[in-house]
Design a protein around this ligand. Structure first.
Ligand SMILES: Nc1ncnc2c1ncn2[C@@H]1O[C@H](COP(=O)(O)OP(=O)(O)OP(=O)(O)O)[C@@H](O)[C@H]1O
Length: 342
């Protein structure tokens, strides 16, 4: 099966985010609230981590998510995986609003979407053997029908980890092996959707390639769908069917992978993907962007990118650009695409 066959635009949406926003802020205690009310203290700052994000992920596809540090990728990943509720907007899982799910349907949705984090050591309890780590969640949720040992062996083997070593502790393994345990652990609850948040970033380049190939093999074997968050454009280009670009809490461009790398539309994407001196052969890195990413505490009005955009004009400072489909499957939110604006 080719990537295009598994992820064509007619396959059903697995996950849909509609106008999803996420704000973080310290919750003031009663004394602080009184102080704010009488003007003796300033209101607590609110971080606008996500701002009205619309996103659809179709069954079988790999969506790469890129953007500068702090733009909201992990927050989006956590909401997509169902481990963080949005502050506003709706998350539809297989057509059902996640916020309305209860009982076994909620449990199923929780298991069907899993997240694989960057640092496997932090995610693995150092006092539990590999066997216990992999058996824990499927045991709790009654997914193991026969012998626990063979269930664990099966998922360790799927992740390319030798089951003969399952009685050992996580610290006895290399980073690559721990990453495999982490993957086996996620697979053991039989998910359909994996959110990989910088899942290979901490690994050596040769191990990264092995783990990326494992993800691709698992996709075929287990019919998985992925949201793949990465800083590394080489990784994103290699693994994704489609790429979404984030800037300061907003999705500003989405397109099939070949299209975004050959015809980036948004000035931010163009700068992000611009050819830069290669640090390691074969590895594309983010271009050094002019200016700092503005603070999500006080994002610029209009198009968030306007203070750094070489093409910014008056309208960009006032009006939020709407997304437009500029080619089949290629969506961009830039006023330059509106003929009347230029
Ligand atoms: N639990 C939280 N409490 C308060 N602020 C948070 C929390 N989680 C994230 N943020 C803030 O929200 C914004 C987006 O963070 P997020 O981690 O989603 O970005 P990111 O693009 O994944 O960054 P990185 O690539 O560095 O991981 C940042 O300003 C971050 O400091």
């Amino acid at each position: 099966m080719t990537m295009t066959e598994t992820a064509d635009s007619t396959s059903s949406p697995l996950l849909e985010l509609r106008k999803v926003s996420c704000r973080f802020g310290a919750r003031p205690d009663i004394a602080a609230r009184i102080a704010i009310a009488v003007g003796a203290a300033k209101p607590f700052p609110i971080i606008h981590a996500l701002d009205k994000v619309d996103l659809t992920i179709r069954k079988g596809e790999v969506l790469g998510l890129v953007g500068e540090s702090g733009c909201g990728k992990s927050t989006l990943g956590r909401i997509a995986a169902g481990i963080l509720p949005p502050s506003a907007g709706q998350v539809f899982w297989k057509g059902e609003d996640r916020a309305t799910l209860r009982g076994s349907r909620q449990r199923d949705a929780d298991l069907e979407a899993q997240m694989i984090f960057q640092n496997p050591m932090a995610a693995l309890n150092p006092r539990m053997t590999v066997e216990k780590l992999v058996a824990e969640a499927p045991g709790i949720h009654g997914l193991i029908k026969g012998s626990t040992s063979s269930y664990v062996d099966d998922y360790l083997a799927k992740a390319g980890f030798d089951p003969a070593m399952k009685k050992r502790l996580p610290h006895q393994f290399s980073g690559g092996q721990r990453a495999r345990v982490n993957i086996a652990r996620a697979l053991a609850v039989q998910p359909e959707f994996l959110v990989c948040d910088e899942s290979v970033a901490a690994l050596d380049v040769s191990i990264q390639a092995q783990i990326l190939n494992l993800f691709m093999d698992l996709r075929e074997q287990l019919d998985l769908t992925y949201l793949f968050v990465s800083h590394d454009l080489g990784v994103v280009e290699h693994i994704s069917d489609r790429v979404a670009i984030m800037y300061l809490g907003r999705l500003i461009e989405e397109a099939p992978v070949a299209e975004i790398f050959s015809r980036p539309n948004h000035p931010y994407t163009q700068q992000l993907l611009a050819e830069v001196p290669r640090i390691r052969p074969g590895k594309r890195r983010f271009a050094a962007m002019k200016g700092e990413l503005p603070s999500p505490l006080n994002p610029p009005k209009g198009c968030h990118f306007h203070p750094r955009c070489p093409h910014a004009h008056e309208r960009c400072r006032i009006e939020v650009p709407q997304k437009r489909e500029i080619a089949p499957g290629h969506i961009s939110a830039c006023h330059l695409n509106d003929k009347q604006a230029v």
